[in-house]
Design a protein around this ligand. Sequence first.
Ligand code: F6R
Length: 616
Amino acid sequence: MCGIVGYVGDKKSLEVLVGGLRRLEYRGYDSAGVAVIDDHGELGVAKKSGKLVKLTDELAAHPIGDGRAGIGHTRWATHGGPTDVNAHPHLGDDGKLALIHNGIIENFSELKAELLAEGYSFTSETDTEVAAALLGREYRATGDLRAAFQSTVGRLDGAFTLLALHSDEPNLVVGARRNSPLVIGIGDGENFLGSDVAAFVQYTRTAMAVGQDQIVAITPESVTVTDFAGAPVEMETFQVEWDAAAADKGGWSSFMAKEVAEQPDAVANTLRGRIVGDAVVVPELTAFGDEVLAGIRRIVIIACGTAAYAGMTAQYAIEKWARVPVTIELSHEFRYREPVITDDTLVISISQSGETMDTLMAVKYAREAGARVISICNTQGATIPRESDAVVYTHAGPEVAVASTKAFVAQITALYLFGLHLARVRGTLSAAEQAVQVAELIAVPAKIATVLESSASIAQLAHWMADTRSVLFLGRNVGFPIAMEGALKLKELAYIHAEGFAAGELKHGPIALIEPGQPVFVVVPSPRGSASLHPKVVSNIQEIRARGARVIAIAEQGDAAVLPFADEVVHIPLAAPLFEPLLAVIPLQIFAMELSIAKGLDVDQPRNLAKSVTVE
Ligand code: F6R
């Protein structure tokens, strides 16, 4: 949500800012704006509701001066609708300073009342304009942007990343963050700020992550970071693992199509360096402490949306391999029900972006309650890893499409690595059993590549079903979270009512939904599974078929039992039952993507959604 970019240096700022905003588009937004100090020290501002092209059209129609310093913003509306007036930047000090903001300033009403009483007036409905006015007032008092910014952020409650510049100090951009992301890009004679590294990776891959309650000031030659009280902060740089090309579509019709195709690599890259011989040894977990892992009595996984379904999938494997009870909680539910957390509870957070506010708050809550927290994350420099005791990065590469695909399979992979590492440390899996699981893991990328070969037939199916109004998904055991993930993908991409159920639950209610023609996807467990769920799911298929359902089965290659009852069968390669989800989810992702295309929708940026949900 909200993309932020800041620049000081020799380049023309507008190009850097608009390019950065383009790379941040995936975060989700409904308006965009820039402010630039031109070579004569004049502040120019342009902002427009709608997509970035509206802003570039506006800049073409009404050019503003270009120069060495600027800030840019894509807004996802919270306070006030997505209008031109509410778009950022907002101005202060009689139009000499501009400010942009990501987050929610919770005490903005009190601050606004204070400023109104002093004679200030406001044109927008935003909390941001209040912060801009406050900063203007402080600037007049101090004549120093750094000092004014410091006293302004000290007055704000809530979540915010703020960037500001002032035409009297044309080579300076200041920024601050609390509960909202901000990273610094270190250049040569130029420096950058961004919501994430995508904002500037085209220019530099050397970055620093601004910590909680810290202020940064960048000039072309310097980067200074302090805490909110003004005390200097030691910073560490990191190198961004991917380059600008990785964040481009690279000839694919959409980012989602590219990311679906990248799934074999996402899994292979997540496995890399974490398998030693026939065993899993995750270096980050070794550093965390084998003795700590050995003493864990309970695991609680916290995540939202697709990440939570990855957690639900891995629950089966972790419990089976490491014999530790595992529960899954949606992050936003977790901390509001006073969960029982003890110091032998391990909390695992899962987040692609590493910025999801609900998950971040749950992580903080868990740590304050005494739990140790390990995070599974795909984004370097993000906030959640820094708030955790340890992090196991997924190496899926940048995920730009709003709907998560390759991050999901990478998350399951990382969690399986965790489960096998834990099982080894706890001695719950023999070396031979560990070797069997490792062989299964290593085989996953090639098997996903095989599933991707069925893309054309799944696309055809989706195009036939373009008028469908409701789709149900059934699964059992590890197929259950996959059914829910399939339904989520369809809801968000094709705006179709979709629900995922545990197949065993069918007769307890959902079967009443079945009427002639109702499409139902069924994730069929392997007939070779030890619990022998296969015949039960085949019976479920017969039950819904008898009531007129149109059945699309995702079944293992060679599974002849489903053929007489399914209208369509999508085959997946043979895999041990716990590894089937990594294959079965692929056709469901492709189906949702293709149905979205068939309906003429925006696959990469579905309506109302943001990639990075940075508000609660
Ligand atoms: C669905 C989707 C979301 C995210 C959820 C958590 O396709 O992408 O459900 O999985 O918002 O996001 P992260 O993983 O960034 O915490």
